[in-house]
Design a protein around this ligand. Structure first.
Ligand code: NAD
Ligand code: ZN
Ligand code: ZN
Length: 370
């Protein structure tokens, strides 16, 4: 029996989100029916909604969910009805990178999460008037009052923790934190630059503040965001709209250059400047995602001092181990995600989109109140 619910649908690239009655498929053996409590809005949702990625539309996006398990498929073992869960990306669990603990580099990552729009057998998890919608986005499509999620998209969390604040852990927060802890892994005394102080960059600032990095430099073009970065642990801020990025990094490091950059702007000029700003053996972690096909040029001889440029998906996180830790740290205040979050009713999703586009909101979180 199809399950009736409501979802925010994008009809075509460039169209707004509009809420419609839809039907969910019954959970299959490896799936979970989740009653959503909240869902974060991320730039990747906007990229797909604008038609910039080949996800099938009309479709249902949403990939930072949090909710309560209502029903489980016959093969599900990790959760049961009533469990509180954070929803994140899906993965196969069987390929070499999944087995090595790097599910963000799963062999099925792109079709299963970003562009497929169906289960791996081609079926839709959501229909409208019997017609399939693009669904299964990040194994969840959680811009809906209820979602069919892959078991591997679902992470059980302590029910005492505030689910509404945990929603952004599934993508934005995990991405920024993981880029610092899992990939850059700053050594004691190092200088870390965070380029872009949006949801991902500010999460990276919070994470860097929990490492032995001595200097944490936040770079943005919006002064208000730099103020937030300072509050969250940045020791220095650079307003790139009025100051020269490279000159300021050189000044802050006494001419040595920085040990690491977390690049979250998706701007190739900033990426190039980031590589140039590194000291010998420094690393740029590339997080920001410009349109498919974007290229950047590098000074080859400038790379020979052992510089590294490494791209990263979702902080290279192993969700089942990382997300419960992040949830505890949100609850005890060591990861003050509440500083980034603005809440909206689910029905106001398009307002949330406008506010994130204008920069008024850093991380909108939709609430599914009845
Ligand atoms: N790799 C991944 O797995 C992954 C996951 C999530 C998001 N992303 C990508 O990461 C990027 C950041 O996401 P977000 O949600 O934080 O976006 P955001 O828009 O909130 O943050 C980007 C920030 O960069 C700043 N910025 C833009 N141009 C700049 C410039 N020239 N110099 C300095 N600062 C500049 C903006 O003012 C903004 O504060 C996006 O491109 C998003 O698609 C990647
Ligand atoms: Zn895999
Ligand atoms: Zn995202």
């Amino acid at each position: 029996m199809p399950i009736a619910t409501q979802a925010a649908v994008i009809e075509a690239g460039g169209a707004p989100f509009t809420v419609h009655d839809v039907e969910l498929d019954e959970p299959r053996p490896g799936e979970v029916l989740v009653r959503m409590t909240a869902a974060g809005l991320c730039h990747t949702d906007l990229g797909v909604a604008s038609g910039g990625l080949p996800f099938p539309l009309p479709g249902v996006l949403g990939h930072e969910g949090a909710g309560v398990v209502e029903r489980v498929g016959s093969a599900v073992t990790s959760v049961q009805p009533g469990d509180h869960v954070v929803l994140s990306f899906t993965s196969c669990g069987r390929c070499a990178n999944c087995r090595r603990g790097h599910p963000a580099y799963c062999a099925t990552w792109l079709p299963a999460n970003l562009i497929g729009g169906t289960r791996d057998d081609g079926s839709a998890t959501i229909t409208r008037d019997g017609q399939p919608l693009g669904s299964h986005f990040f194994g969840q499509s959680s811009f809906a009052r209820a979602a069919i999620a892959d078991e591997r998209s679902v992470v059980k969390v302590d029910p005492a923790l505030p689910l509404e604040l945990l929603a952004p852990l599934g993508c934005g927060v995990q991405t920024g934190v993981g880029a610092v802890w899992n990939v850059l892994d700053p050594r004691p005394g190092s200088t870390v630059v965070i380029a872009g102080a949006g949801a991902v960059g500010l999460s990276a600032v919070m994470a860097a503040a929990l490492t032995p990095a001595l200097r944490i430099v936040a770079v943005d073009i919006v002064p208000r965001r730099l103020d937030v970065a300072r509050k969250l642990g940045a020791t220095h801020v650079v307003d790139a709209s009025t100051e020269d990025f490279a000159a300021r990094v050189a000044e802050i490091t006494g001419g040595a250059g920085c040990d690491g950059v977390i690049e979250t702007t998706g701007n190739v000029a900033v990426l190039r400047q980031s590589v140039d700003a590194l000291s010998a053996r420094g690393t740029v972690v590339v997080v920001g995602a410009p349109p498919f096909g974007t290229e950047v040029s590098l000074d080859v001889n400038g790379m020979l001092g052992g510089k590294k440029v490494v791209g990263v998906t979702l902080g290279d996180s192993e969700t089942q181990t990382l997300i419960p830790v992040l949830a505890s740290m949100v609850a005890d205040g060591r990861l003050p995600v509440s500083e980034l979050v603005s809440f909206y009713d689910f029905g106001d999703i398009q307002q949330a989109v406008e506010d994130v586009k204008s920069g008024t909101a850093i991380k909108p979180v939709l609430r599914f109140t009845d």
